[in-house]
Design a protein around this ligand. Structure first.
Ligand code: IVH
Length: 670
């Protein structure tokens, strides 16, 4: 080994050790600066000596911006689920059943936390991580190794000794509460939809295409199951303790329990103590410790007989319903909201909870002033889950859904096979108008700073803004005349309005509040139609021919542009200079290298996403088609190309080219 190579190896060992001390033991022994200095030294050495590169080096944890799809692979051992119960008695029954099945043999139970995240299977060979696979359908999952590598508490190279040459370890990828709150605050700021709970956030993050973004999210992991042909011990507990010594984060809540009393005490303890944990848990898991006894007990179709999950009851409170209010959104949907006597639930005071729609009010059979059960579970939004009928006031009447709009008095309508009641007075109902203005100015739409809910209402009440086009007739003096406004705030809004004229066409389409046209649909539409003129005049058939646009969306678009008021609004927006077509550079042809060629795309790619390849084909004059036929000129194939396609291509003698060859055809370097 050269001295350089030795230094590289030493730095890797040291950095792995510090990572473990920081992210697993929570006990760093060096400062962040010192850590960064070592990392920098290693980065520089690796850059200068690419011959010593290692994909599992601690420098490789920052992720990469390369986006690529996920390959799937079958699990070596299927990923099963666990039988569930919510009662301590049923856990006791399981202990008795297990004793019977083991014909009275002595046995130990291991108690551990049930972590509420996204299941993961990691494969190690010769002490090195080779693959990380999501649970998927239990039989096969997605390979997410690149994303997993960014999680600092997961060892890429094992420490200690005694690990089998080959093994699998199962665990849960979790997003700690602190990171979850931070992520949601950031999403709220960017007006992106919030994650309902850390589990959704963790699984969403694991499936992100861009591992650099994953690295930023602060994921963590807990491990609870070791599998393989030659494990060091004949019992679960000792194997997990060994795994801990190799660098895995194994919860210290894991304990051996010897009597029924100890099992019950464990449950009672963690029922409350879990609230102090930094990560979400949704229960406890009890497992028979001996692997030999596990084997004896065996499996039911989807779960082992040797384990059971005790699920925590979601936190629940009982409180009085003051009244139900009915609130009208920008699309005219009327949402019933339970206004409650304030009650403390999982650390926050709850005063309101959505009742969603009429069917839910009926199903719960809510009466005036009822005592209601409110739950939070792992969700951030409280939910009404039931009524305490014993406490119902005599003569209380059932809560009735309103028949007329609480805001403008118009008779409500309910579309067939939809649960929601709507106020049809689209252009005259105040909350619908102000809701649309509020949406229009949002950060992800026209991004006009300084106008929120209150200002949109104020602008409407003062008669200054009756629709989105009116924003562009506002004058600075008018804003300055409003209560609470000064020159500075007026300037800010005027500047925002001016800047919004440069916002690209797809965001303009989204900003209009056309029912069923959300952000993603707007992007596809804008690309598919190219201009507002086209969008306004296209037939239903033409619209449906655009990718991901179904008949429901098409009809909604046609209805929107049929209204004279919307035509006028568009005309006024056009006049003031709002972007009415896709910017040239996004669709303009780049060349004719593929002129007239019919290309099929198949498999997963490394350098660009499938959508990007599709766009390239079109912009170089070719056509992307879905299936292989005689007319296909060639197939652009990535990894894992479908076998049927490959066979057909071979049969028809159609060339199959890889991405590098393809990029070379376009004269690109990648
Ligand atoms: S053991 C064959 N232990 O819960 C049994 N699972 O509902 C393998 N989970 O798919 C699972 N904490 O994703 C086990 N301490 C724990 C767990 C745990 C969370 C998850 C896991 C599993 C699901 C079953």
């Amino acid at each position: 080994m050269t001295p350089i190579q030795e230094r590289i190896e030493q730095l890797r060992r040291e950095l792995n050790d510090h990572n473990h001390r920081y992210y697993v033991d929570n006990a760093p022994v060096i400062s962040d600066q010192e850590f960064d200095r070592l990392m920098k030294e290693l980065e520089e050495l690796e850059q200068a000596h690419p011959e010593y590169a290692d994909p599992l080096s601690p420098t490789q944890r920052v992720g990469s911006d390369l986006t690529k799809g996920f390959e799937q692979t079958p699990h070596i051992y299927p990923m099963l689920s666990l039988a569930n119960t919510y009662s301590i008695e049923e856990v006791d029954e399981w202990v008795h059943r297990t004793r019977d099945a083991l014909m009275g043999q002595e046995f130990t139970v291991v108690g551990e936390m049930k972590f509420d995240g996204s299941g993961i299977s990691l494969i190690y060979e010769d002490g090195r991580l080779v693959r990380a696979v999501t649970r998927g359908d239990g039989e096969k999952g997605d390979i997410v190794t690149d994303n997993i590598k960014t999680i600092r508490s997961i060892p890429l190279v094992l420490k200690g000794e005694g690990w089998p040459r080959f093994f699998e370890i199962r665990g849960e990828i979790v997003l700690p509460w602190k990171e979850f709150d931070r992520l949601n605050a950031e999403r709220a700021f960017n007006e992106e939809p919030l994650f309902a709970n850390p589990r959704n956030a963790a699984s969403g993050t694991l499936k992100m295409q861009n591992s650099r973004e994953v690295a930023r999210r602060g994921l963590d992991a807990r491990f609870y199951y070791l599998l393989g042909p030659d494990l060091p011990y004949d019992n679960h507990y000792d194997n997990m303790v060994a795994a801990r010594s190799w660098g895995f984060k194994v919860s210290t809540a894991m304990t051996c329990l010897h009597t029924l009393q100890e099992v019950d005490d464990y449950i009672n303890h963690w029922d409350t103590a879990r609230k102090e944990l930094p990560v979400a848990t949704d229960g406890l898991v009890f497992k028979v410790n001996s692997l030999r006894q596990q084997l004896n007990l065996g499996y039911r179709s989807k779960s082992p007989r040797w384990a059971i999950a005790y699920k925590f009851q979601a936190e629940r409170a009982l409180t009085r319903l003051r009244f139900v209010s009915f609130e009208v959104g920008r699309m005219g949907i009327v949402t019933p909201v339970a206004n409650l006597d304030p009650v403390l639930l999982s650390g926050t005071i709850v005063k309101r909870a959505s009742l969603h729609n009429e069917d839910i009010i009926k199903a719960l059979d809510i009466h005036e002033h009822d005592m209601l059960y409110v739950e939070k579970g792992g969700e951030i939004i409280p939910k009404i889950t039931g009524v305490e009928e014993a406490e119902r006031e005599k003569g209380a009447r059932p809560v009735e859904f309103v028949s007329y709009c609480p805001s403008c008095g118009t008779k409500l309508v309910r579309k067939e096979d939809e649960a929601a009641w709507m106020c049809p007075n689209k252009y005259g109902c105040p909350p619908q108008i102000t809701g649309r203005v509020e949406h229009f100015v949002g950060r992800r739409m026209m991004n006009i700073d300084g106008i929120g809910e209150e200002t949109s209402e104020l602008l409407f009440q003062t008669g200054l803004v009756k629709n989105i086009a009116d924003l562009y007739s506002l004058r600075k003096e008018q804003l300055e005349g409003l209560e609470g406004f000064g020159e500075k705030s007026a300037d800010r809004i005027m500047q925002g309005i001016e800047d919004s004229k440069k916002v690209p066409f797809d965001r303009v389409v989204y900003a209009l509040s056309i029912p069923y046209v959300g952000e993603t649909v707007a992007k596809k539409l804008a690309k598919g139609v190219g201009s507002m003129d086209n969008l306004m005049t296209m037939s239903r058939d033409d619209l449906v021919a655009i990718e991901d646009i179904g008949p429901k969306i098409a009809d909604s678009i046609i209805e929107y542009f049929a209204a004279p008021i919307n035509q006028q609004i568009i005309a006024r927006l056009r006049e003031v200079g709002i972007q009415m077509e896709m910017a040239q550079e996004a669709t303009a042809p780049l060349g004719d290298a593929l002129k007239g060629k019919s290309v099929v795309i198949s498999g997963v790619f490394e350098h660009h996403s499938r959508d990007q390849y599709k766009e390239m084909i079109e912009r170089y004059g070719g056509k992307n088609v879905g299936s292989v036929s005689k007319k296909t000129d060639f197939i652009l194939a990535g990894a894992n190309m479908g076998p049927a396609k490959l066979e057909k291509a071979q049969k028809l003698g159609i060339p199959v080219i890889n991405e590098d060859e393809f990029l070379a055809m376009l004269g690109k370097e990648r």
